[in-house]
Ligand binder design. Sequence first.
Ligand code: TYD
Length: 136
Amino acid sequence: MSLDDCRILDLPKISDSRGNLTFIESVRHIPFDIKRVYYLYDVPGGSERGAHAHKNLHQFIVSMSGSFDVVLDDGNRQQRYHLNRSYQGLYVCPMMWRYLDNFSSGAVCMVLASEYYDENDYHRGYDEFIADVKRA
Ligand code: TYD
């Protein structure tokens, strides 16, 4: 798994005079089955979230409102993505160190995840993450 496996995906967008509608279907629009949804909101300006990696989890991150940045690091390269559109999201494959910052006021970050919450799936320390990348 590398940064090349992660990308911004466009979602369907149905627009008419009443507003926009976007939908996400498991496997059809994102490359995994959705088992869990969580969201970050009321994030104080200047806060940073994340700063961990997941061993097996696939995730899809959408800005439902406002904007924020996601920085991905595969152990060799880093890339910063700015998310500010509800009809796009960032697919994050397993074994990506990530952190989120630059939250605008009112930002809502929705994350779709391929597994239930499992603390054992986390690398909470960067050094431990790098050691696992090197083992692979
Ligand atoms: P964490 O993933 O560490 O969030 P962040 O990296 O953005 O700070 O989760 C924060 C806390 O919430 C942690 O105690 C675990 C808990 N949590 C759940 O119980 N279920 C979940 O689905 C998630 C994502 C977190």
